[in-house]
Design a protein around this ligand. Structure first.
Ligand SMILES: CC(C)(COP(=O)(O)OP(=O)(O)OC[C@H]1O[C@@H](n2cnc3c(N)ncnc32)[C@H](O)[C@@H]1OP(=O)(O)O)[C@@H](O)C(=O)NCCC(=O)NCCS
Length: 194
């Protein structure tokens, strides 16, 4: 630890779980389960024409142009559809992914990153998320990928439980920090509890 690191350590606050970020990893060579839910869906990869609907479901958290470019550059998004509407989607990236100013996730060959998984509220708690994640993992394995990484806020129980149920293990944990509670500094990487 450098002298600067020690000073930052002393002057930062980092006790808020809502500010922590956890990364989970799944070995895609381990068995994958993919049980269809009771509600029937059709499945396909998203194309450019789906971006607006996906963006709306995400609450327009990302710009349409950025999403379109990401798909063109190789990202993929698996959709579950019902009655002509997207009921759920899972977006996955294969190239280094900028998570924050401080952190770019480097993805070596064979490793993919689950950017976002979403199930429409009316279909939740019926096994749809597990089915979609299972299908996505099977597709990735068939495409030659061996590991899937995913990240989320450490207090986001639905997502954490969904990932654990699908066989993910925590791999990294980061605590966001602020110098004197005001100035953002690089997050601190913590030990993970498995
Ligand atoms: C997270 C999400 C995708 C789960 O989808 P889902 O279809 O409800 O998931 P499933 O019904 O397959 O549930 C699988 C497991 O996830 C966990 N889970 C799902 N919703 C949960 C909730 N509200 N609280 C706690 N655990 C939950 C449970 O362990 C569940 O297994 P169980 O039903 O045997 O208890 C969905 O809640 C969602 O779209 N949330 C908003 C978007 C989001 O937060 N995405 C994750 C971003 S990292």
């Amino acid at each position: 630890m450098t002298a600067l690191d020690r000073i930052i350590e002393r002057l930062t606050s980092s006790d808020d779980t809502a500010e922590s970020w956890v990364e989970f990893a799944r070995d895609l060579q381990a068995p994958i389960t993919c049980h269809p839910p009771a509600i029937e869906f059709s499945r396909r990869w998203a194309g450019k024409a789906d971006i607006m609907e996906i963006a709306a479901l995400e609450g327009f958290a990302k710009e349409i142009d950025v999403m379109t470019r990401s798909l063109r550059h190789g990202d993929r998004c698996l959709l579950l559809e019902r009655d002509g509407r997207i009921g759920a989607f899972a977006w996955v990236a294969f190239q280094d992914y900028r998570l924050a100013i401080w952190r770019t996730l480097h993805l070596p060959a064979g490793v993919a990153y689950l950017v976002y998984i979403f199930v429409r509220p009316e279909f939740r708690r019926s096994g749809v998320g597990s089915y979609l994640l299972g299908c996505l993992m099977q597709h990735l394995r068939n495409m030659g990928y061996t590991r899937l990484i995913s990240g989320m806020y450490a207090d986001w129980r639905p997502s954490i439980d969904l990932h654990r149920k699908a066989g993910f293990q925590p791999s990294k944990k980061f605590i966001k920090r602020k110098l004197l509670r005001i100035i953002p500094v690089p997050p601190k990487e913590m030990e993970v509890e498995t």
